[in-house]
Design a protein around this ligand. Sequence first.
Ligand SMILES: [Zn+2]
Length: 236
Amino acid sequence: MRIAALLAALVSVLAQAAATPGEELVLIRIQYTVDSTNPSRRNDWNAKGFGRVLCNVSEALNRATSVKAARDPKVLTLEDPGLFSYPFLFMTGHFGCRLNEGEVVNLREHLTKGGFLFAAACCGNESFTKAFEGEMKKVFPNKELKLLPPEHPVFHTFYTIEKAKCLFGASEASERIERPPLRGIDVDGRTVVILSPYALTCGWTRKATCIDSCKRVATEDAFKIGINVIIYALTH
Ligand SMILES: [Zn+2]
């Protein structure tokens, strides 16, 4: 209990240091060009439910920590001039993204000046992970998205996360307890991009089921990972 109280106090101090006093943290959902010639996939950056599931993350953050998060996340493109006012960016999808030169330049500048990008493959879809890796090569040509080791602070910032309940299929019958395979890019000793190849969005819907091919972290642990990544982003 004492450790939990201490941690909560620490997070409070650090979160206040990271945000302008009195202001709420606004989570940003990135609108991007979907990497597909199929017109029916054009809006995959905004597939059904992504806006709502990020609201659930804000709510979980407000409930569990002393970070004050705005209830409604905002949608921005990487070329929006207002981007630099927001430290925490999130993107997800099934098919992947294609960034233009302006988006690449802005994202690189934001990430090297204190911004943070969290990405998660919806339903654990490998097309998203592959495309995201490719686009990050444009942003940081000499960097790799490396598997984060268990001692990485993101697994310890608020919750201690050694293992997570992961589901591989429509129902909870496919449960496996694993270390979540988060991958990241470090710039000057700070991790500025984290990718989850397993879906978090599916867990954040708070529904127990998804599609047959879904690879996801189950709800409770998906929220814990989301909260840890946000706290890491605000304090590093
Ligand atoms: Zn899913």
